[in-house]
Write a protein that binds this ligand. Structure first.
Ligand SMILES: NC(=O)c1ccc[n+]([C@@H]2O[C@H](COP(=O)([O-])OP(=O)(O)OC[C@H]3O[C@@H](n4cnc5c(N)ncnc54)[C@H](OP(=O)(O)O)[C@@H]3O)[C@@H](O)[C@H]2O)c1
Length: 281
């Protein structure tokens, strides 16, 4: 797909990305959706940089995919500062950043330890924002790049027991939309991924808290939600980068909620058509 849009007098080609030989950084790549994403990007010919906390699983996957691995606790700001610089210093520049690492701390908000809540917001929201901030100058200078932020349909719904998680994902979805407005007319693309339940460790942990399990059971019963496979999700995300799609919403039947929540952002985008999105020199 190719379209043209005016921005600071320049014409920007909004085509997707051929992933052959591109360097893709996936956070939270040791298991779950991140590991499936690593496999799928490798299958598309990308060179991978995989990030998670130190583990044999991360090293094994990197070995199998001929990827580089970087052990980092992304809830620790000291390990996040300069991460993109470290990755780019011993390989090629990052063409695609996938902010996938995330954590879920299901439970009664009042009973949870503040330290755990704070760490969740850091990992799920502040770290993705910081990594975008670190990687963008290089992408803009090279006039190419794609940012993928792994959000959740929990960001537009309000199930009990996942207060911190859902608000962190609402923040990430809105961050990506606002950043997209900032980047309008410039050659870096964004995709926000809003998923329902996917069969991974994260989902098992969430469902170990009874109110979450009961709420999901009700949603399954009403056919509003279905449980997704990580491999299917990964294929959709890689396809979205290839074709420059701004959203991945799965399962499709639940995507309507995210489209409704998106309406004011779309309306603003339409309203601001023709307004310069960057300051003039
Ligand atoms: N599963 C779902 O139902 C679902 C639904 C919607 C959205 N999502 C989102 O999809 C993303 C992936 O979730 P998942 O289901 O694949 O989860 P998962 O199976 O629990 O995997 C989480 C990944 O994040 C990494 N990670 C966790 N804490 C980290 C830390 N402090 N520093 C660095 N890496 C860390 C883990 O690696 P290590 O533990 O090895 O460090 C692991 O690779 C998350 O952002 C999640 O919110 C999931």
């Amino acid at each position: 797909m190719t379209s043209r849009r005016k921005g600071r007098g320049a014409i920007c080609i909004l085509s997707g990305m051929d992933l052959e030989g591109k360097r893709v950084l996936v956070t939270g790549a040791s298991r779950g959706i991140g590991a499936a994403l690593a496999e799928e990007f490798a299958h598309a010919g990308a060179r991978l940089a995989l990030v998670a906390r130190e583990s044999e699983r991360l090293r094994d996957l990197a070995g199998r995919l001929d990827a580089s691995s970087y052990a980092a606790d992304l809830a620790d700001p000291d390990q996040v500062h300069g991460l993109i610089g470290r990755v780019e210093a011993d390989g090629a520049p990052v063409d695609v950043l996938v902010n996938n690492a995330g954590v879920e701390t299901a439970g009664d908000f009042v009973e949870q330890r503040w330290a755990d809540i704070e760490s969740l917001y850091r990992l799920n929201l502040l770290t993705p924002a910081e990594l975008c901030h670190q990687v963008l100058p290089g992408m803009l200078a090279r006039r190419s790049g794609h940012l993928v932020n792994m959000s959740s349909l929990a960001g537009v719904t309000a199930f009990p027991g996942i207060t911190a998680y859902s608000s962190s994902k609402a923040g990430l979805t809105h961050f990506t939309a606002a950043l997209r407005a900032d980047l309008r007319g410039r050659p870096v693309k964004t995709t926000v991924v809003e998923l329902g339940p996917v069969g991974t460790d994260l989902l098992d942990r969430a469902k170990s808290y009874r109110p979450v399990d009961d709420s999901f059971a009700r949603a399954y019963q009403l056919h509003v939600l279905t449980e997704l496979d990580a491999e299917v999700v990964a294929r959709e995300i890689v396809d979205a980068v290839r074709r420059n799609r701004r959203h991945v919403r799965l399962p499709k039947r639940a995507g309507l909620a995210a489209s409704v929540a998106e309406a004011p952002r779309r309306a603003t985008e339409w309203l601001l058509t023709g307004v310069d999105h960057q300051s003039q020199p």
